[in-house]
Write a protein that binds this ligand. Sequence first.
Ligand code: NAD
Length: 243
Amino acid sequence: MEFANKHAVVTGAANGIGQCIAEAFLREGATVTAIDVDKTADERLPNISFFYGDIAEEFELKEFVRSLTQPVDCLINNACIGRRGLLSECSYEDFEYVQRVGVTAPYYLTSLLLQNNLLAPNAAIINIASTRAFQSQPDTESYSAAKGGIVALTHAMAVSLAGRARVNCISPGWIDTAKTPEHSEPDKHQHPVGRVGMPADIAEMVLYLCSSKAGFISGENITIDGGMSKLMVYHADYGWRLG
Ligand code: NAD
């Protein structure tokens, strides 16, 4: 029970990776508070204290922080979305909204915790980025920019918060949040570890990075993608066929 008497805040904990992270903290004895727009969460996840709001909105973040009754030991900036990019004519508003969810909210939530003396001593902050911060498919500019932003935000915050909090980032690759019963052989094979990722692969690293075992790690990004982004692909080599 590494996190007994600790308070974890997870954004986007109503589904997917965020839910798995929140449940992992609960299992380890932490109290978990979350902010999400999905109002079905209370019924499904009664042990997590949900505040319903859009993290892209300054006033909702302020209300959320005002509702907190306990300093935060672990802040997990998990929620994000994408609204495509150049090939879909992603609008100014769409692009900017994704940056607010993916970069501004992690920054401002941290700032509000500091201003309100709600960041516990020796806190840990984990930002969830993506391998898409480092590599792209076409038409993904809004998401990739937000993910690149949160990687850089991580080292900036780690330096500013020296002595107050360790700040680290995790960049997941393909994580199956839909519990697909079986993946195709090519889907598995494109990962050097031979399988697609699971939310628990990310949650376990979040717990480790928040724990005292990771006391010498700050400002770091850790890619968890089964090795997929390290695999060099040349058409016709090693059985790879492109196009
Ligand atoms: P998901 O869509 O399954 O869950 C995201 C959660 O965030 C949802 O509960 C949603 O309601 C909430 N949310 C979305 N916008 C919000 C907002 N504006 N305000 C409050 N809550 C909001 O996503 P996921 O796949 O679990 O991804 C979680 C994180 O991991 C994201 O940052 C995502 O970019 C990152 N990631 C996921 C994968 C993957 O393959 N699943 C890969 C790389 C990175």
